[in-house]
Design a protein around this ligand. Structure first.
Ligand code: ATP
Length: 712
């Protein structure tokens, strides 16, 4: 560290870092200061040669030589002074396998821009009002490192982690290079890395053990046996102190809270380390934990580090003991790197700039305090931060990191995510994800358990159905097969439709908005596909929408004077089942397409009114104007009404005519069918069109969900 106190503009710093001559990287005067291995003549070699050497690295057989005379095998890449680790894991240098190399993560000149305004602005990216929240940040983390990412609130810690983990929300621009084992990766990062989020999201009706079991099914290698999965679940619950709560439902905070905040945090952590990922990002995993549990959790991360994992963890106010467990420290301030290196080095570095940590201070607190923008002293604070960041950018600490970055850059052989990443990231090719059917099975299981355990969905709804069925039945007990009875029967048939439409249509509106954050997170984590998720939700809805119509018809049909034959009853039940499911498909479509209930209502209610009108009871369908008349083809009201009317009237031969002479009467069922502009031959056609509408609504719903998931 030298140029103490010099102020450089950001561009100066960037330029200086980029323009460092290749020879400077560990060759002269500073032979391999981080223990980074160098190929013979690496800086001079061309891309082809680098590729060749990289593939040799992939095979774990190439022998590297540092600038000095020491010779290292590829495992040396894992950490400069890592022989203890190799010994610990029982792998001598000669036996080290490429798949066990671990992950070296580097990032160079990373800037992140977040959109300031959304929606109305239609200009190009360059014209859009963006705010830069990360400013040319560079860094490197090597296997076996547990890195603490610290900085005051708003410094950009989560933004950096999201960018590195390729989990930035839609609209955010990430500019710069991120390399994993000297390869550019994008979405494959999600299979490679675990990410413990600041806010935890779960299906609250599952128990701790059920949740972990579900995750082992979808996240672990499909070749693992059930015994191995269970053993992993038990091991994690034991390690994280969740054994006592294993049969407790997770609950929903502020609603039906079951697990404590600390238990939820530990469960979220357990979920992410379930597969023992080689790279782990943790965003404030200890927030909300007591000191004992915080220490225990960091100890687990430390142990993972000693097994060669690469761990980057943001942490707020760690105790001295917890802080001491971290190998490396990355300090961020105002979107820039203020320091990266050993924890003790940070004290020296700040000391050299005149910021000496008082003996009584916890160093972690001191760093945050020094790098915070203090209210009332904003200008001075920002000056101080700028000076620290500028000095770090030209310090020996930074140069050391540059060496690692430069080394990885030199090794970088492919700009594309395909092929290269898989070849390099052996862990990826080793993992066999569960297949489509397994995903569907377990997602359906979760959805069914969730809906079964939610009394609002079932018990209350069925009680309501019984009550309404009785009331409707009571109102229509006196229906007779005469002229007045035609209207009564058509009326009650329409009530069969509406009673099985509206609860189904509106009852499902919340399913996607409510679970969207969880779906997006799990989907982005690559745990499952969007189609299996949607299909599972759809399947889980069916039992409810079969039971409801059956209950309704069982009570109401026999109370009302409808045809008393099994055939008519079963056909009526079948039509109402089709109706309820088609309505639920329409509701699911709106639910999946729009972000919130008010938006859904805005479009659904007008749509619903038009469909209702075109159902055939309120208007003779042949009189509808041509420009709106086509809507009836989308109306399950019409198909269901036609099917029920045909079922009830097709074989009625005689309808009593009690009208005065001269007043025309409808004499039989066929005339009733004609009166409503239906056709007796359309019964199977109505069923087919109801099934088509059901499928069409769900296909559109799935497309809506998929597009939204891709956009976020
Ligand atoms: N999508 C976004 N839109 C607008 N501003 C954003 C967005 N994401 C991040 N920011 C801003 O970027 C800055 C850094 O945010 P970030 O969440 O990374 O901070 P942090 O260091 O993780 O803070 P904390 O410790 O409080 O979680 C903040 O000022 C934040 O308001």
């Amino acid at each position: 560290m030298s140029d103490g106190g010099s102020d450089l503009s950001n561009d100066d710093v960037r330029h200086r870092r980029k323009s460092l001559p290749t020879e400077e990287f560990g060759m002269a005067g500073n032979p391999n200061p981080l223990g980074v291995p160098f190929f013979r003549n690496l800086p001079m070699m061309g891309l082809d040669q680098q590729e060749e050497r990289a593939s040799l690295l992939g095979s774990g057989q190439y022998v590297y030589q540092s600038s000095g005379s020491d010779t290292y095998s590829s495992d040396f890449l894992r950490e400069g002074a890592d022989d203890g680790l190799a010994k610990q894991s029982g792998l001598g240098y000669g036996t080290w396998k490429a798949s066990e190399e671990g992950i070296t993560l580097t990032w160079r000149d990373l800037s992140v821009y977040v959109p300031q305004k959304r929606g109305w602005f239609k200009g190009t990216h360059e014209q859009r009002p963006f705010k830069r929240v990360l400013n040319n940040v560079s860094g490197a983390v090597r296997p076996g490192s547990l890195v603490a990412l610290m900085g005051s609130s708003g410094a950009g810690k989560s933004t950096l982690m999201n960018a590195l983990a390729h989990r930035t929300p839609g609209g955010v621009i990430v500019d710069g290079d991120i390399l994993v084992n000297s390869r550019r990766v994008s979405r494959s990062m999600t299979s490679l890395a675990g990410y413990v989020h600041q806010d935890d999201l779960f299906v609250g009706s599952l128990t701790v053990k059920e949740h972990l079991t579900f995750m082992t099914r979808l996240r672990m290698d499909r070749r693992r046996s059930n015994k191995q999965r269970l053993a992993r679940v038990m091991e994690l619950m034991k390690e994280l102190g969740l054994l006592k709560a294993q049969n407790t439902r997770i609950g929903v905070p502020g609603h039906d809270k079951s697990l404590s905040g600390g238990e939820r945090k530990r469960l979220a952590f357990a979920t992410e380390i379930l597969t023992d990922p080689p790279l782990l990002f943790c965003d404030e995993p200890t927030t909300g934990l007591d000191s004992y549990n915080a220490r225990k959790l960091v100890r687990i991360m430390k142990d993972m580090g000693t097994r060669g994992k690469t761990i980057l963890c943001t942490i707020h106010q760690p105790s001295s003991e917890v802080f001491a467990m971290f190998d490396k420290l990355l300090l961020l301030a105002e979107g820039r790197v203020a320091y990266m290196g050993s924890s003790s080095g940070a004290l020296e570095f700040l000391d050299s700039l005149g910021h000496k940590c008082p003996a009584t201070f916890n160093p972690a607190d001191y760093y945050i305090h020094t790098l915070a923008v203090l209210p009332g002293h904003e200008h001075r604070s920002r000056e101080r931060i700028k000076r620290i960041c500028d000095n770090f950018a030209v310090s020996a600490y930074c140069k050391d990191i540059d060496i690692t970055i430069q080394y990885q850059d030199n090794m970088c052989i492919s700009n594309s995510d395909s092929g290269g990443s898989v070849r390099c990231l052996n862990v990826l090719s080793l993992l066999q994800k569960p297949g489509w059917v397994v995903q569907l099975w377990w997602l359906t299981w979760r959805s069914l358990v969730d809906s079964y355990r939610n009394p609002a969905i079932h018990s209350i709804r069925i009680l309501q159905k019984i009550l309404i069925a009785f009331l409707v039945g009571v109102c229509y007990t006196n229906v007779k097969l005469n002229q007045a009875g035609i209207q009564d029967i058509e009326g009650v048939l329409f009530i069969f439709i509406t009673e099985n439409t509206f609860p189904s249509l509106y009852g499902v509106l919340n399913i996607f908005p409510q679970e969207m954050p969880l779906f997006l997170r799990e989907y982005k984590n690559g745990i499952y596909r969007a189609d299996t998720y949607y299909l599972a939700k759809m399947i889980a809805l069916i039992p409810g929408f079969v039971v409801d119509p059956v209950v309704f018809c069982l009570i109401c049909y026999w109370m009302v004077g409808l045809q008393r034959h099994a055939y008519h009853f079963f056909m009526t039940v079948l039509v109402t089942i089709f109706t309820a499911n088609t309505a639920s498909a329409c509701g699911s479509m709106f639910s999946a397409m729009f972000e919130s209930i008010p938006y859904i209502m805005l479009f659904l209610i007008p749509f619903d009114v038009v469909l209702l009108i075109s159902g055939g009871l309120f208007i003779n369908l042949s009189t509808m104007p041509w420009f709106i008349g086509w809507v009836k083809y989308l109306s399950w009201f019409m198909y269901s009404n036609e099917a029920l009317t045909i079922t009830q009237w097709a074989d009625v031969k005689n309808i009593t005519c009690e009208m005065p002479p001269g007043v025309p009467c409808i004499k039989n069922g066929q005339q009733v069918i004609q009166e409503y502009a239906f056709k007796a031959s359309h019964l199977s056609y109505d069923f087919a069109l109801l099934a088509l509408l059901y499928t069409g609504f769900h296909v559109l719903g799935f497309i809506g969900l998929y597009l939204r998931a891709r956009k976020k």
